[in-house]
Design a protein around this ligand. Structure first.
Ligand code: NCD
Length: 302
């Protein structure tokens, strides 16, 4: 595996996390650089994406790299080419780094074991989304100034969420207290065991989950991964949708986050999405400098 790879947060140390965040602070997307001039960054996306794909692309370009986007539709992936063969092909075309999103958990890890260039995980199935974890930490730091001792509650479809996993690993490594909140189908009690020796709490009651939180992070219901699962959407809305009234349950200085894409009228109302305490677009904004740091480090230019 190339040491520049970023596959998950679980295998990073607190020091690694800090160094990504410090490097992101030095990155200015509006000041184009030549740090990665001549480098070819391939964006290999087997799943839909808006924010992640565009911000990786803008990040690579802001550092002077060339980017090429490959999506599963309209490439040889559609013709049945395996992931490894696609990887070997990209390597033969002199790719310098691969940023990949894949519906199968562990796909970037597999690719990274067979290819000598950095592989960056842009979301693998229900496993991890490390760049999202890092940009969320940056956003929290901007509003709360610290992670240590902070209380963060993640509400919604924990079961299917790679964002919940990356955030829980990152925040507990940095000394924060994490609560998962949702109905048992989407937030099973076993989720408390996600972080080894970590302090993850699970609750199935929204008021209990968010009352003491400094940060409330809402998640989308991942309809594309619900196959075989009984979920009554109206029941979810009745018990867990974040509404303006329920915002009254949280601390006056708590912030509301969401990795996007948001579904207005489901996990949150429009009033909450547009509320001054929602920092959803700050998260999007932080995607570019964070991913500049990830790419600079991946290609040994940090
Ligand atoms: C998330 C993802 O794809 O994991 N979105 C994102 O990258 N910002 C969450 C989701 O799809 O709900």
């Amino acid at each position: 595996m190339n040491p520049g790879s970023l596959l998950d947060i679980a295998s990073l140390s607190a020091q690694d996390i800090r160094s990504y965040l410090d490097l992101a602070d030095k990155m200015d997307p509006l000041q184009p650089q030549t740090l990665l001039a001549g480098k070819r960054v391939i964006l290999l996306f087997y799943e839909a994406s808006t924010r992640t794909r565009i911000s990786f692309e803008l990040a690579a370009k802001a550092l002077g790299a060339t980017t090429i986007l490959i999506t599963a539709a309209a490439s040889s992936i559609e013709k049945g080419e395996s992931l490894l063969d696609t990887g070997y092909t990209l390597r033969a075309l002199n790719a310098d780094a691969i940023v990949m999103r894949h519906p199968s958990s562990g796909a970037p890890h597999t690719l990274s074991q067979h290819i000598d260039i950095p592989v960056i995980n842009a979301g693998d199935g229900m496993h991890e989304h490390p760049s999202q974890g890092l940009l969320d930490a940056r956003t929290i730091l901007q509003h709360k100034k610290k992670l240590d001792g902070l209380r963060l509650t993640i509400v919604g479809d924990i079961f299917h969420s790679r964002v919940a996993r990356s955030n829980a690993h990152l925040l507990t490594k940095m000394g924060a207290h994490v609560t998962f909140c949702g109905p048992p189908e989407l937030c099973p009690s076993v989720a408390a065991k996600l972080v080894p020796n970590g302090s993850v709490r699970v609750t199935h009651d929204l008021e209990d989950g968010i009352r003491d939180a400094d940060v409330v992070m809402l998640l989308r219901i991942q309809k594309e991964r619900l196959e075989g699962m009984e979920l009554r959407v109206q029941d979810y809305i009745d018990r867990f949708q974040m509404t303006r009234e329920r915002l009254g349950w949280i601390k006056p200085d708590a912030i509301v986050m969401h990795p996007g894409p948001i579904v207005r009228g489901l996990e949150l109302t429009s009033e909450v999405a547009d509320h001054e305490r929602a920092v959803i677009l700050n998260q999007v904004h932080n995607g570019v400098p964070t991913r500049m740091a990830i790419l600079a480090r991946a290609l040994g230019k940090a």
